[in-house]
Structures are given as structure tokens and as C-alpha cells.
Write a protein that binds this ligand. Structure first.
Ligand code: ATP
Ligand code: MN
Length: 482
């Protein structure tokens, strides 16, 4: 007898009619002591199991409650009812794990609407819900597509360290890694913590980016990408920041900034298209949720596009490419700026752009994704390539509707003398990153790369509003429960 996932079984449909099959899953509902809706996480849908209760023990029937886990053996038949092509007439039912109704009552497993906050509080159970199931399957499809995309283009997947000895990455506040007894720290003569006695013989941190090591790899392998966890002690508590998130960082030797932008755009379109092709049911479900959520918002905050339209608008439009200087002009003269509607007014060249500005450009002004480039050197990292004007660097940020920055990248400074000047300006110790400087000493080449935050991408594709709802177990300030 063949064992199937519910997804495969439903895909086969009538092809398997009259066969005896075995399936496993969790009870979503048991209607009229006759119809079990069974889900196994392989897809959004449930399969209907028809139970002739005369043929089963009363005791067994009573154990078939919401959330219980079952193995069902039965015959596939064409369904009499609406809404499904096939169903299973049960011959044998094994209750693998019971779920006491009184206990299920207090949890998100109870089949009714629950708030996203409540789902987060029971993050260990939310994999069972339609919503979180759909988000996780889309996330999975995106991750797979990311690997496939780079693999097709002959990028080498490399792993950069999670524990880093350099604090020059400069992308955010870092978490310390130590095996010191914190109640009894070794001190140097002048009273500072003596890191020479720590595990690695120096102070170490969790990485905020694999880029610097990625650059070293690209200087031999040509085109590489990393895909791993990154950690930032951001105390910002926004709906777009996590303390632990997954980042994809391609780095390409012999690429200039234009090629970098081309790659970023092509890459985003590829993975979004893949998710659309692979997860039509999950996305349809998420689109419905998105529409409902939007309809409850005040008119001026409401998105003009539905979820699927928003995906298509990214797929079908060329991303606008705009210099920072041009963006500042647009923002300075924009209605919200003149009317004092921005929380951070745009008063001149040199200011850092906030998410409200990024979203204005994308959602109101251009109504298409935007790639901003050539930012003032003061507001960007030391490794970005200095332009001829001596004021701007070859940075690029890809801005998306509803999200703001989804990708940050740059062409890197490959000229050692210029790099050293920047290292000095930023007050970084040359010795600390001697190995990074070495990559410019032995056959340096123009090169570029970028970082995509996986969860920002998942936010965009699923239409979810809070980044905590697109990662299995979110890490944010005051929250590391699971
Ligand atoms: P932001 O200005 O939004 O904080 P950033 O400039 O700090 O972003 P980068 O250092 O360029 O971001 O990191 C590259 C990408 O990583 C960003 O474009 C974003 O997609 C993602 N990212 C950055 N910080 C976080 C975070 N705390 N949580 C989730 N994703 C993040
Ligand atoms: Mn940041």
C-alpha cells in the first residue's frame, strides 16, 4: 500500500481513485462525527476523510478531536461533496497522539481567528496554522530559488564565519561571544576586561555581515555568495528589524556597479517569479488575508495594489535607477516635505534617508521599485568605492513598496591607497583588517556585491506586515523564548 503526502495525493486526484492509500496528519476539524479535515503541512489544503462511525469503536471516534494526529488507511474515492475532487473513505484509523479538547481551547490550535501577537506567543504551535504554514512554504520556496538562481549562474556557495574577530564590519551593533565567567572577569592592569584570556585570545562577536570574508573568497573564486544568519543588536523594535536574520550576500569579481544593479534586479525578479509559480495556493490565501488587512486601514495608508498585483508590478517593471542627489531634489520638493508630513524633514544634501523617504519615492513618486546609487561617503561604509567627485561612493540600495530598503550593496574600493585613506577617516585600525587590505595587494580587481535580508523579501512576497511573522522563531529585544 502506498503512503502519500496530502499534497501529492491531491495533485494525483482521480488518478489514484479506488486505490488504498495511507496518509498521516493532524485533525483540523471533525464535522458531524463523519468528516475529518486532515492536514499534514505539505500544502495549505486538507483532505477529507469520511468516517462511517458504525464501523469504528466509540472510544476511537471520541479521540478524533481537533489537533490530534492520525494515521489513516482508506480508499480514495471521487468526492460527492463540493470543494474537493477526491476524499478518503477510512478503513483503519490510528490515533497517534491525542489532543485534549479542554487544553486545545486555550491555544491557537482552536479553529478560529487569532491575532498575530497571540500566534507569536505560541510560536511553537503556529506551524500548525494555515497562515504560518503558508508563510513558511513561501519562505522555503524563496530560499530554494535563491540557491538555484546562483547555481545556474555558476556562483560558488561559501560559508563565512558566524563568530568574527573583526569589528570593522560596521553594519550595526554587535553581540559579544565569550566563554568568560561573567561574574569573574579577568582584568588587565588598567582595569579593562582582558580579552587575551578569552577563548579566541581576543574579543569576538557574532557577525553582522559576511561581506568582508566574501570579498576575500571572490578574489579567488570569482563569483560567490553566502547565505547565513547575521546578528545585530538593534534596539530599534521596528516591524522590519530582527536581532537575528538571514542574509544572502553575493560578491562578484570584475563587476562594476551597473552590473551589480542588473544582477540585483534580475535576481529579485527570478526568485519572486519562482515563488509565484511554486506556491499559487499559499499566495492566493495570503492575498486574501492581505486584502482584508488593507481594507481595515485608513484610506491614506492603504496599499493601492493587491498582493498579486504588487508582485506583478515588480516583475513587469524595470526598476528606476536614481542617484542619491536626484532623490534628495525630489524629496526636498515633495508635498509631504513641504507640508511638514515627514517625521525627518529633508533639508539638504547629505542627510541619511529614512524608510518614510524611501517609501515615498517608491510608492508615491515613481510607483515602481527604485535603485538609489551614489550616496554621500559619510553615510556609507568605508569599503565602498569613492567616485571622481570625492564626495560620493558607489553604493546602491534597492527600495521596495511597503518595505523600503530590501537590498544594500556597492562597488567596493579596490584601490589600496584610497581604501587606506577611508580606513583612516573611519578610525578603523589598519592592523585589525590586515587580511582585508591584503586582498587589494595581490592582483586587486574591480568588484561588487550586495546583501539581501531574506526576511524582508519574505515580508514583501507574503504581504505580511511584521518581520516577526516571517521567521520561525524571531529574536528581538526582550524576546528569545523559544
Ligand atoms: P536598514 O537601514 O533597513 O537598517 P541597513 O542599511 O542596516 O538596513 P545593510 O547593512 O545594508 O542594511 O544590510 C543589508 C540588508 O539586510 C538590508 O537591505 C536588509 O534587507 C537586511 N537587514 C538589515 N538589517 C536587518 C535587520 N535588523 N533585520 C532584518 N533584515 C535586516
Ligand atoms: Mn540597519
Amino acid at each position: 500500500m502506498q503512503s502519500y503526502s496530502i499534497k501529492t495525493l491531491l495533485e494525483k486526484g482521480k488518478e489514484v481513485a479506488l486505490q488504498e492509500v495511507s496518509i498521516h496528519g493532524w485533525v483540523r476539524s471533525f464535522r458531524s462525527n463523519r468528516f475529518i479535515a486532515l492536514n499534514d503541512g505539505s500544502c495549505l489544503k486538507t483532505i477529507q476523510v469520511v468516517v462511517d462511525f458504525d464501523k469504528f469503536d466509540e472510544e476511537l471516534i471520541q479521540q478524533i478531536t481537533t489537533a490530534a494526529s492520525l494515521q489513516v488507511v482508506g480508499e480514495v474515492v471521487e468526492s460527492q461533496g463540493k470543494g474537493q475532487e477526491i476524499e478518503i473513505v477510512a478503513k483503519d484509523i490510528k490515533v497517534l497522539g491525542v489532543a485534549a479538547s479542554e487544553e486545545v481551547q486555550g491555544t491557537i490550535l482552536q479553529p478560529k481567528a487569532h491575532s498575530l501577537e497571540k500566534l507569536r506567543e505560541q510560536a511553537h504551535l503556529r506551524f500548525r496554522t494555515n497562515l504560518f504554514g503558508a508563510v513558511m512554504r513561501v519562505r522555503n520556496a524563496l530560499m530554494f530559488a535563491i540557491h538555484q538562481y546562483f547555481n545556474e549562474l555558476d556562483f560558488v556557495y561559501i560559508n563565512t564565519p558566524i563568530i568574527t574577530g573583526s569589528d570593522a564590519e560596521g553594519a550595526g551593533e554587535m553581540f559579544h561571544v565569550t566563554n568568560f565567567d561573567l561574574d569573574n572577569l579577568p582584568r588587565t592592569e588598567d582595569g579593562k576586561v582582558d580579552y587575551s584570556q578569552d577563548f579566541f585570545g581576543k574579543a569576538t562577536n557574532l557577525t553582522v555581515s559576511g561581506q568582508l570574508e566574501g570579498e576575500a573568497a571572490a578574489m579567488g573564486l570569482g563569483k560567490i555568495y553566502t547565505f547565513g544568519p547575521t546578528f545585530r543588536a538593534e534596539n530599534s523594535n521596528t516591524s522590519r528589524h530582527l536581532a537575528e536574520f538571514w542574509m544572502i550576500e553575493p560578491e562578484m569579481a570584475f563587476y562594476n556597479l551597473d552590473q551589480n544593479m542588473d544582477l540585483a534586479e534580475d535576481f529579485l525578479k527570478y526568485v519572486i517569479q519562482y515563488a509565484k509559480d511554486k506556491c499559487p495556493d499559499d499566495l492566493a490565501f495570503l492575498a486574501e488575508r492581505y486584502a482584508k488587512e488593507q481594507s481595515q486601514k485608513p484610506a491614506d495608508e492603504r496599499s493601492e495594489l493587491g498582493l498579486m498585483d504588487r508582485l506583478d508590478y515588480v516583475l513587469n517593471n524595470r526598476f528606476i535607477r536614481l542617484s542619491y542627489t536626484e532623490a534628495i531634489d525630489i524629496l526636498k520638493n515633495s508635498k509631504p516635505n513641504k507640508k511638514g508630513k515627514f517625521k525627518y524633514p529633508v533639508d539638504g544634501w547629505g542627510v541619511d534617508l529614512q524608510s518614510e523617504h524611501e517609501r515615498y519615492l517608491v510608492e508615491k513618486h515613481f510607483k515602481t521599485p527604485v535603485i538609489l546609487f551614489d550616496y554621500p561617503q559619510e553615510i556609507k561604509a568605508f569599503y565602498m568605492r569613492l567616485n571622481e567627485d570625492g564626495k560620493t561612493v558607489r553604493a546602491m540600495d534597492v527600495l521596495f513598496p511597503g518595505i523600503g530598503e530590501i537590498i544594500g550593496g556597492s562597488q567596493r574600493e579596490e584601490r589600496l591607497d584610497v581604501l587606506d585613506e577611508r580606513i583612516k577617516q573611519f578610525g578603523i585600525d589598519q592592523e585589525e583588517i590586515w587580511w582585508y587590505r591584503d586582498t587589494r595587494r595581490f592582483g586587486t580587481v574591480p568588484h561588487s556585491g550586495f546583501g539581501l535580508g531574506l526576511e524582508r523579501l519574505v515580508l514583501f512576497v507574503t504581504g505580511m506586515g511584521n518581520i516577526r511573522d516571517v521567521i520561525p522563531f524571531p529574536r528581538t529585544p526582550n524576546n528569545a523564548e523559544f
